[in-house]
Write a protein that binds this ligand. Structure first.
Ligand code: ADP
Length: 313
């Protein structure tokens, strides 16, 4: 058996175009063994296309892609056997039971192990629902079943496309707990998401995509702290508010600022100025509800792309 490489995915200048639209524009990255690696970006950034090239769902137009040390262009079948894939859409068979859904999927891999199915049912708290028809399950149970299905072949690498999109907050948190347990078992995870909380909770490293390109790649913490050395001050505003006046009133301080359509951020350059700026804004512009808070990944995204992640939804 081949030794597992330290980098489970290596992409170099990966490129994909649909008609005249470049979906993924010569991106290079590595996913290291044991990490949870996130691909983040607004709709249309190229996340799903990147994942589809990795899972073999779409053809690579140019560049190189190695998965588990194998060339993705030439070893498709072998790679698929070593990889678990949970796609965005719920592709469970609605006519079959929980057990049958797992059994059929296992048969694609040639090795049907009832022990593996029992193990996964137990891990995902589905044992008591084994004979339920898929249509009788709640949204959370269906999600757990799709995760179980993705792990049926005991993969070293699990690929998840937007694993919690559309789930209610409780189910989302339960899914995160399961994913963290899967990581603890030594499985490397690549996921796409547009939830910053998901990135913060799960990801060791994250790659931010915009218009088919990578615009940053680092730990979530480094992405934030490299841009925001101090707490920031968030201000709300209504249309028509005069923000040049507000900014003008802070002339004695060194700061930068960013605006989305819904809020503004004042980013002091020196930590000793944070309190003074906040105080001044409360005095002069109480209607803007100035709030001092730690910077987050959503802010970094706004700084990088000029749009809030959710403005594009
Ligand atoms: P994301 O997953 O970040 O939302 P996608 O990878 O789905 O982004 O899409 C990237 C770009 O490629 C978008 O402009 C999208 O419209 C385009 N695209 C994706 N899939 C197709 C396709 N099958 N045919 C034509 N254009 C596509």
């Amino acid at each position: 058996m081949l030794k597992e490489p330290e980098s489970l995915i290596t992409a170099r200048d990966l490129f994909k175009k649909y008609d005249n639209k470049v979906a993924v524009d010569r991106i290079s990255f590595q996913v290291k063994k044991g990490e949870v690696f996130g691909i983040v970006g607004p709709n249309g950034a190229g996340k799903t296309t990147t994942v589809n090239m990795i899972t073999g769902k779409c053809i690579i137009d140019d560049g190189e892609l190695f998965i588990l040390g194998r060339d993705a262009k030439s070893h498709d079948r072998a790679i698929r056997k070593l990889m678990g894939v949970v796609s965005q859409e719920d592709s469970l068979d609605p006519d079959l039971s929980v057990f049958e859904n797992l059994l059929i999927y296992a048969s694609y891999f040639g090795a049907i192990s009832k022990e593996r199915i029992s193990e996964l049912l137990k891990f995902f708290d589905l044992t008591q629902y084994v004979n339920y028809n898929v249509m009788e399950l709640s949204g959370g149970m269906r999600r757990r079943l799709t995760l179980a299905r993705g792990l049926i072949n005991d993969p070293s690498l699990l690929i998840l496309d937007e694993p919690t999109t559309g789930l209610d907050p409780q189910v989302r948190h339960d899914t995160w707990d399961k994913l963290l347990q899967i990581k603890e078992q030594g499985i490397t995870i690549l996921l796409t998401t547009h939830y910053m909380e998901e990135v913060t909770k799960l990801c060791d490293r994250v790659m931010i995509m915009h218009d088919g390109s990578i615009i940053d790649m680092d730990t979530p913490r480094n992405i934030v702290t490299s841009r925001y050395p101090t707490d920031v001050i968030e201000i709300k505003f209504n249309n028509g508010s005069d923000f040049s006046n507000l900014l003008g009133s802070l002339k004695e301080f060194k700061f930068s600022h960013e605006f989305s359509s819904k809020f503004g951020l004042i980013i002091p350059q020196k930590s000793e100025d944070v309190m003074a700026i906040h105080k001044k804004l409360i005095e002069l512009y109480p209607f803007a509800y100035p709030v001092r808070r730690p910077p987050n990944l959503e802010d970094a995204f706004l700084a990088i792309t000029g749009t809030s992640l959710h403005e594009t939804e």
